[in-house]
Design a protein around this ligand. Structure first.
Ligand code: FEO
Ligand code: CA
Ligand code: CA
Length: 640
């Protein structure tokens, strides 16, 4: 096996394609993103782990992890230890929820109990904080004894099952502290709380109060119970957390075709609402569209909440549009409008950007809290020549008029997918996280896959895209001073997922920019989903789908600049059946939190006979979705 003389750790067995790939251009010509200098060279020196597939999680040598939070862990001292067979809805409401996804670490400043979150954020304290964790969805066959297809078909599902599932979805806020033995939960913290599928929330922005959001329970159209499908999210510098409502359609049952209002037929079909869906609606009637045809319009939004004020009410932000939100991440520059980037995680859906009407003022939280209420949403058009344009979703402009069924801005936001398509936005290969690297001010789009694609374009270059890819967006300007509010941008492919040696060019991966800096045989992955940037500007990609390629999902880290740009190294591997979500670093970069979602999810794997019982490996406990805290044994920066 050849070894590169300049970088002996990197084997050239998997020589990657520099310059031009079989399917599109992977170049380093974007102004400034790739960097002519080499700031992060050799900054990822950890010993790479191999591709594997087994019932454990795997870390590089010299690293250790703590299982910090598991499904069912009590968030308050008075709750007993977890006994899944005794679980009730009221008990689940006091415990860590199911299928952990996005994680936000929100620092708690030492010596202050202020409810002003921005003061805590600015402290950058890395020893104490609030871990804010999404719970995307439930899997009753892995949660309840005896629950299998036959059970649900012949005996039906009880109201108590549904109530437990609703209590296990949503979000957890948990105070954690770093001690000598690693991180631990503060069980009596006044900050600890759950947000569930029944927590009261306010609706803000252009769709608030619209007739299409009114129900019998809420004739005002401004108050809603709960959140569902909480996938990824974002954080604000004023101290709030954004959580995304992604696959909410599956929680609703009923036949859209039987509705009188033709607008809602197409709308509900677009989100996969159908008679055979889950049966929450049998027991909580608002989840049956024949009973409440507008209830689905109250989901599919971004939700903002304040973790530093446990009494505060979460609010849905209709100015960010309604679709299957993966998340929204922010670029905030003092004295300028804030810009938020997000994706709609479905085949042939769009990448979005939001620009606030007012400017961000770091020391003025009251002004900042309006920034996500008043502003303009845009959808992206990626031209084949590497240029791009943001198309505004504004009622009355272009095709967004009464002729196309839009009455007002509320309609444009509720039917954002239809609006973006009419504007000519580019249908993408399932946009997941979209996040900006503060080190080069460029924005990265995770496109996880799209087996339904037949027509290709430069931004989505593979038909029947099974492995996914990553795009890089450069707003105009220089590094550190790019104009994220501009209507124009440049873009290019950053990497193509998949095996770089795959015979089929449509499945062949492309990583790295400059030979001889190659990846190892374990450096490739598929299906990028979540992404995070460490404090040194390295990119960490979490995957969802690698088992189809023969190995575990996990984490791969890489530089975005310099000779090792887009050349991944494998850092973490999941137990079989799981995907990794929510990579999140403490501000000092010494702890990495990750969420292991749906461990032991596999054909025929049930509560009674699971594929495995990670992380407890206790015959009395099922597999449990869990959050890990990962750190170096010598307490140095993760990845270095
Ligand atoms: Fe919930 Fe887009 O993954
Ligand atoms: Ca995701
Ligand atoms: Ca996922």
């Amino acid at each position: 096996m050849n070894e590169s003389p300049k970088n002996p750790a990197r084997r050239s067995l998997f020589k990657v394609l520099g310059g031009v790939t079989a399917t599109g251009t992977v170049s380093s010509l974007l102004p400034g993103c790739s960097g002519s200098e080499n700031p992060t060279r050799n900054s990822l020196t950890f010993k790479e782990i191999p591709h594997r597939l087994d019932y454990q999680h795997h870390l590089p040598e010299g690293y250790k992890s703590t299982v910090l939070l598991r499904w069912g862990d009590p968030l308050h001292k008075e709750e007993t230890s977890f006994q899944p067979e005794e679980l009730s809805a009221s008990s689940q409401e006091q415990r860590f929820g199911y299928n952990n996804d996005f994680i936000a670490f929100m620092p708690l400043a030492a010596g202050t109990s202020s409810t002003q979150g921005y003061l805590h954020i600015q402290s950058k304290n890395s020893d104490r904080g609030l871990l804010c964790v999404n719970h995307e969805y439930t899997q009753p066959h892995l949660m309840f004894p005896g629950y299998n297809d036959e059970y649900s078909a012949t005996r039906g599902v009880s109201a108590e099952h549904v109530a437990i599932e609703q209590a296990a979805c949503g979000h957890s806020i948990v105070e954690i502290q770093r001690a000598k033995q690693g991180w631990k939960l503060v069980a009596d913290s006044p900050y600890n709380r759950r947000i569930t599928s029944t927590t009261p929330m306010e609706i803000t922005g252009p769709a608030a109060g619209d007739e299409r959001l009114k129900t019998r329970q809420d004739p005002s159209g401004t108050q809603v119970l709960g959140t569902i499908g909480n996938c990824a999210g974002g954080k604000t510098p004023w101290g709030t957390v954004l959580i995304a409502e992604e696959g909410f359609g599956g929680a609703f049952q009923g036949d859209p075709k039987k509705l009188e209002d033709s607008r809602e037929i197409e709308n509900h079909q677009l989100f996969g609402i159908k008679p055979e869906n889950r049966n929450w609606g049998d027991h909580d009637r608002r989840f049956d569209i024949q009973v409440e045809p507008h209830e689905p319009n109250r989901f599919g939004w971004m939700v903002e909440f304040d973790p530093y004020n446990p009494q505060s009410k979460p609010r849905k932000l209709t100015s960010l549009g309604r679709f299957e939100h993966e998340g929204f991440t922010l670029v905030c520059k003092p004295g300028q409008p804030i810009v938020a980037y997000g994706g709609d995680d479905d085949e042939h859906q769009f990448v979005y950007r939001y620009v606030s009407q007012d400017n961000y003022q770091p020391e003025d939280p009251d002004t900042n809290r309006k920034l996500l209420v008043n502003g303009t949403l845009y959808a992206a058009r990626f031209a084949d020549d590497g240029s791009g344009e943001w198309l505004p979703l504004i009622y009355g402009q272009g095709p967004l008029t009464a002729e196309n069924g839009f009455r007002n801005q509320a309609d444009v936001m509720i039917d954002a997918r239809r609006a973006a398509a009419l504007l000519g936005a580019t249908p993408m290969d399932r946009p997941e996280d979209v996040e900006t690297n503060p080190h080069n001010d460029c924005t990265y789009v995770m496109l996880t896959k799209n087996k339904k694609r037949s027509d290709t374009d430069a931004a989505n270059p593979r038909a029947r895209n099974t492995a996914g890819h990553v795009l890089e967006i450069a707003p105009p300007g220089e590094k550190g001073d790019r104009d994220h509010t501009s209507a124009q941008f440049q873009w290019q492919q950053f990497l193509l997922g998949g095996n770089p040696n795959a015979e089929n060019p449509a499945e062949r991966g492309a990583y790295g920019q400059q030979s001889p800096y190659d990846i190892s045989e374990h450096g490739w992955f598929a299906n990028p989903d979540n992404v995070a940037f460490d404090p040194r500007g390295n990119m960490w990609i979490a995957t969802d789908g690698c088992e189809r390629f023969g190995f575990h999902d996990g984490l791969w880290a890489m530089a975005t600049e310099g000779p090792l740009r887009a050349a991944p190294k494998h850092f973490f591997g999941c137990p079989q059946g799981a995907e990794v979500c929510g990579p999140e670093f403490t501000p000092d970069g010494k702890t990495l939190f990750i969420a292991v979602q749906h461990p032991a999810d596999s054909r025929n794997s049930t509560y009674d006979q699971p594929l495995h019982r990670w992380p407890d490996n206790n015959p009395l406990l099922p597999p449990r979705p869990s959050v890990l805290a990962i750190y170096r044994e010598d307490d140095q920066i993760v990845g270095s």
